[in-house]
Design a protein around this ligand. Structure first.
Ligand SMILES: Nc1ncnc2c1ncn2[C@@H]1O[C@H](COP(=O)(O)OP(=O)(O)O)[C@@H](O)[C@H]1O
Ligand SMILES: [Mg+2]
Length: 608
């Protein structure tokens, strides 16, 4: 439920920037949606022009038919009565010829435009995915994966509907309406004026419908995103869901959100249905008037019967596409709402910016400095008021402190998931903001409480630390962290699949895999944020030994939950409300009378 409000909340413009709506009530694509659409189509300009040329031909073939009928009725028949079958034969041949042309152009158009829209959608999906991966942690901490999934699936899908079918219909509809209008004027001006008069109510109805619909489609986009978010969150946290018997409540939430989606969609469909109905009705009334007035003109000899027949045939073809336009308009509204959401994600900049002229650090000694760092996630609450800390190369620092003191924030700043609001964090005296991202991540690696394993084997997961590593190096890393014994029990050894998110491994074993990654990566600085706190005592012992191996000779900041980890530290820091309140060697602090001494005493008592 937590995400419901964020979908509407305005943070850095995402998800809330309205499309411009002009005074006539037409929905115009907002600047960024239009830019996105343009940039998507630009690489395929040639294919788009080809599709356009084919559709023009297709339209000519479609529109030509009734002209042949008029000619056959008015000239062909009279010539035939005089024994000259030529004109009638030509009409038949012409009609068939254009029919064949129409079949070929329709086929080619569907192929060309289908390929075109698939290519565009392919690019769009890739762009959203690539971009979202590059966005900083701060984005992902606010924009849930469910919302991203809904951008990639249902929003892309509604654009697909527009591109695939609707656009074909729209193009041919507009073309045939224009062509037919010209032919109608050419055939008979007074009748054309009547058709034109019928346009007045048509335009009024269209405007009314647009106004009524424009919010409806935004509503459906927001609603479906909520359904997906809820789905992803419930399944992602399925263990917590079952442990705390949250199924019923989740069902209820889904029902509520899905009802909103169903209702929003139904409302949008109802709007479209009334529009289509009214358009048809206006069409039929116009047709009746044309037939009555046309017959009158034929009787008075102002018009040939064949022309009237052609007129009636054309009117049918005139209003048919208007129906289609109504459908296209719906698809367009839906796609515009989707495009707006997608472009919102694409226009998000990573809050951690890449340096323009990066300083290359081929090797790092591992000197870490926090220099007068001020940091706040939001303007309303400062987490680190002014934080300074110097860690010499190779020092192992353990940090303890109450929950919410700002320890993880410090770790995230050192791993550059965030930049300080003021002051700087530096490695070997170089501000992290000046080091390229890849370069920085070679030297600073963070491990957190939950280690994520990807689908693939244990070896694949360890190799993440250094993709170029040989099999022997991977095996050595596993050995170094004490995984060898466990691996020996697996059916395929180190090449055993870890199953979904490492489901085959215990959390302690997953943590060891994460440490093996770090061992392989061999960075100068290691940040461990409560990396051992979820482990039971036996696995913790195992990890403890692994830690001593991988930390040897490196700078480390270990945020510890259990004091057993502190044993290997050279220095201990106690943090409170974003500042350091105690700083010294473990022995010194234990000998003193501060918080750490108390903590340590309590811990020792618990061991007895
Ligand atoms: N992504 C975030 N957005 C906003 N506030 C946050 C975020 N992460 C942490 N905080 C806040 O910052 C403070 C410090 O959190 P944290 O560094 O995680 O503490 P610790 O790791 O010491 O328990 C807490 O008050 C927490 O509510
Ligand atoms: Mg924390």
């Amino acid at each position: 439920m937590a995400d419901n409000s964020t979908e509407q909340k305005n943070w850095r413009g995402v998800g809330n920037e309205d499309s411009d709506i002009d005074s006539a009530g037409n929905l115009i694509l907002a600047g960024r949606s239009r830019r996105l659409l343009m940039s998507l189509v630009r690489p395929y300009k040639k294919q788009a022009l080809l599709a356009l040329a084919i559709i023009v031909l297709d339209n000519i073939a479609f529109v030509a038919g009734p002209l042949f009928i008029a000619y056959a009725l008015d000239d062909g028949i009279s010539a035939a009565t005089n024994g000259d079958w030529g004109p009638l034969a030509w009409t038949v041949l012409g009609y068939i010829g254009f029919g064949v042309l129409g079949a070929i152009t329709t086929y080619t158009f569907l192929i060309v435009s289908g390929r075109l829209s698939q290519d565009i959608l392919f690019d769009l999906r890739r762009r959203v995915f690539t971009h979202a991966q590059q966005l900083s942690l701060s984005f992902h901490e606010k924009y849930t994966s469910g919302r991203l999934i809904s951008r990639l699936t249902s929003d892309v899908e509604s654009l697909q509907t527009l591109l695939e079918s609707a656009l074909n219909d729209a193009l041919s509809a507009v073309l045939s309406i224009v062509t037919i209008a010209v032919i109608l004027v050419y055939l008979d001006v007074p009748l054309a004026l009547i058709v034109l008069a019928g346009f007045v109510p048509l335009v009024l109805v269209t405007r009314w419908s647009q106004r009524a619909q424009r919010t409806g489609y935004r509503r459906t986009r927001v609603a479906i995103a909520k359904v997906v978010v809820h789905f992803v969150e419930s399944m992602g946290g399925i263990r917590a869901v079952q442990v705390f018997r949250r199924e019923k409540r989740n069902d209820a939430i889904l029902e509520l959100e899905d009802t909103e989606y169903r209702d929003a969609t139904t409302a949008a469909l109802r709007g479209m249905a009334s529009y289509t109905g009214i358009v048809r009705w206006i069409g039929n009334v116009t047709l009746v008037i044309i037939v009555v007035f046309g017959s009158y003109r034929v009787i008075n000899g102002h018009m040939d019967i064949g022309v009237l027949a052609a007129y009636v045939l054309y009117l049918r073809r005139f209003y048919g596409p208007l129906d289609e336009l109504a459908m296209v308009f719906n698809a367009y509204q839906s796609a515009a709402a989707a495009l707006e959401k997608i472009s919102g994600v694409l226009e998000e900049d990573p809050s951690v910016e890449a340096p323009e002229h990066p300083v290359a650090l081929a090797t790092a000694r591992g000197v870490v400095d926090f220099d007068a760092v001020h940091f706040a996630y939001n303007a309303d609450r400062v987490v680190l008021p002014e934080f300074s800390l110097h860690i010499p190369a190779g020092q192992i620092v353990a940090m303890v402190g109450a929950t919410g003191a700002g320890k993880s924030t410090l770790a995230k700043l050192l791993a550059r998931f965030y930049d300080p609001t003021e002051g700087s964090v530096s490695l070997d005296g170089v501000d992290l903001r000046k080091i390229g991202d890849e370069n920085m991540r070679e030297h600073i690696v963070m491990v957190t409480q939950e280690s994520f394993l990807f689908s693939g084997s244990i070896a694949d997961n360890i190799r993440l630390g250094r993709p170029a590593a040989t099999d022997d190096e991977v095996a050595a890393a596993a050995e170094a962290v004490g995984l060898t014994e466990f691996i020996a029990t697996l059916p395929d050894g180190i090449d055993t699949d870890v199953r979904k998110r490492g489901g085959r491994l215990s959390s302690g074993q997953r943590q060891l895999v994460a440490f093996a990654r770090v061992f392989l990566a061999a960075p100068a600085v290691i940040v461990l944020d409560e990396a051992t706190s979820s482990l039971d005592i036996p696995s913790e012992r195992l990890v403890q030994r692994a830690l001593e191996t991988i930390l040897r000779g490196r700078t480390a900041l270990i945020i510890a939950h259990r004091l057993s980890t502190v044993g290997i530290a050279d220095r201990v820091l106690v943090m409170e409300n974003g500042s350091i309140v105690e700083d010294g060697t473990p022995a010194d602090l234990i000998a003193g009378h501060g918080q750490f001494a108390d903590l340590h005493e309590a811990w020792e008592d618990s061991l007895v």
